[in-house]
Ligand binder design. Structure first.
Ligand code: SF4
Length: 323
């Protein structure tokens, strides 16, 4: 919050990130070195991310001091680049020049929605046009654009979420994150929730909307880097989470649902007692489903359900044979 003067109704930065104050620049290097000792950086592309707030809302000299501390790690090849998260209305040419000069390769904008009514009701303090303008500036410089969206904000709907995803694609988003709205203790959203003026999405509704949004992004080959919030332990341990569709395996549930939709079409072979389903190796867990949900669904149609894998299949290709 030191960097952010805004008050989005769902946000409590301390509870979400688990930190109460800005770290010193020297601390950053110690944190990065600690993590680097657990990564084989020669085999991986490793980035440093400044997340959990509005990086470009910090004073330019503070931004500079953080980014400069990382430069030796970049020069030595241990780190390939830096990514930061910020608000769309805190992007301008000068700020981007500073970031680019100091090895920032990706800028993620907390856009949250491309519907002005949803943005207003959520207290975001910026418009959909601000997201478009900031995205243009970022893309014009050849930087990688990340866009974050939330589902289930006040005034939101399935249609509006799909509209947001389509606009992200139009703006040329390289990376996207999808977060279901959660009610956190001490936020304005909690007050609305307690007064009955905000009803969070149920887990099933959130899975349904996210499934459609995710498939929309996949069709355009947009890189989906996160689905679902990963709250700090503090958020869970201290009862910070009041309501909303939180699940530790949210992405797995969404992938299970996508496969459930695909497999529904193969259930109607009434004369068969056995079904063999062959799927790509890296999709087998999702095809079988979270807690075997899809296997159980198929078992209500067939006596025997056999899942197999093939390295010839890609994405969510599959084939079935019956006996
Ligand atoms: S802009 Fe970001 S950090 Fe600031 S209140 Fe909103 S969500 Fe929280």
């Amino acid at each position: 919050m030191e960097a952010c003067p805004f008050h989005c109704i769902y946000c409590d930065q301390i509870k979400i990130s688990g930190h109460k104050k800005l770290p010193h620049a020297e601390e950053i290097v110690l944190i990065v070195e600690k993590y680097l000792s657990t990564i084989r950086s020669e085999q991986n592309e490793v980035e440093v991310g400044f997340f959990g707030g509005t990086f470009t809302g910090l004073k330019p000299n503070v931004q500079e001091s953080y980014l400069e501390m990382i430069q030796p790690l970049i020069n030595s090849g241990k780190i390939s680049g830096i990514r930061i998260s910020t608000r769309p209305d805190m992007i301008d040419e000068d700020g981007l020049e500073l970031l680019q000069r100091l090895s920032v390769k990706t800028i993620e904008l907390g856009a949250q929605s491309m519907d002005n009514d949803v943005l207003k009701k959520s207290g975001r303090g910026h418009s959909a046009d601000d997201v478009i303008a900031a995205s243009k500036l970022i893309k014009k410089r050849g930087l990688r654009l990340g866009l974050q969206m939330m589902i289930g904000l006040p005034g939101d709907s399935m249609e509006k979420s799909i509209h947001t995803a389509s606009k992200f694609i139009e703006m040329g988003a390289n990376d996207v994150r999808i977060y279901p709205t959660l009610v956190i203790n001490g936020t304005a959203l909690e007050k609305l929730y307690l007064k009955g003026q905000y009803v969070p999405l149920s887990l099933d509704e959130a899975i349904d909307i996210t499934t459609k949004v995710l498939v929309t992004f996949e069709k355009s080959n947009t890189n989906i880097i996160r689905v679902g919030l990963h709250p700090s332990e503090e958020l869970l341990n201290n009862k910070g989470l009041i309501a909303g569709p939180f699940h530790v395996s949210f992405r797995e549930l969404v992938n299970t649902k996508i496969w459930s939709n695909l497999l529904e079409s193969v259930c109607n072979k009434k004369s068969a007692s056995t079904i063999n389903i062959t799927v790509p190796e890296n999709e087998i867990n999702y095809a079988v489903g979270y807690k075997k949900a899809n296997r159980k669904m198929l078992e209500s149609f067939f006596d025997k359900v056999v899942f197999k894998t093939s390295d010839k299949l890609k994405k969510r290709e599959f084939y079935v044979d019956y006996h």
